[in-house]
Design a protein around this ligand. Structure first.
Ligand SMILES: [Zn+2]
Length: 104
């Protein structure tokens, strides 16, 4: 058994055969194991997948925002045309009550 320093908290005199650092609980057992090729590969795959998902998520967020903006614009257009139509109706309604010009 050898005494090592904890790679996480630098505590010295930690047994090299212990599973966890008595100071910070760092997993020395796992640290001691060299990662296998399949573990490295798995890690790469996971990171790549995460990156891909992040990009997809960002793309989706962008699309959602664009769709929301379009929906909002359409809503505003509908309100404006509603106001215009109401105004037009009001004017037509008013015209009915205007005395016809019979000065000639
Ligand atoms: Zn430690």
């Amino acid at each position: 058994m050898a005494l090592i320093s904890c790679p996480e908290c630098n505590r010295s005199g930690v047994s090299s055969t212990t599973n966890a650092c008595p100071g910070c609980g760092f997993n020395i057992y796992k640290h001691r194991q060299k990662p296998s090729l399949s573990e490295i590969w798995k890690d790469i795959c996971e990171r790549t997948e995460r990156k891909f998902r992040e990009r997809e998520w960002e793309k989706n967020q962008k699309e959602i925002k664009e769709r929301e903006k379009k929906a909002h614009d359409a809503h505003v257009d509908a309100i404006i045309s509603g106001i215009k139509m109401a105004e037009k109706n009001r004017r037509e309604e008013q015209r009915k009550y205007i005395k016809p010009d019979i000065s000639d």
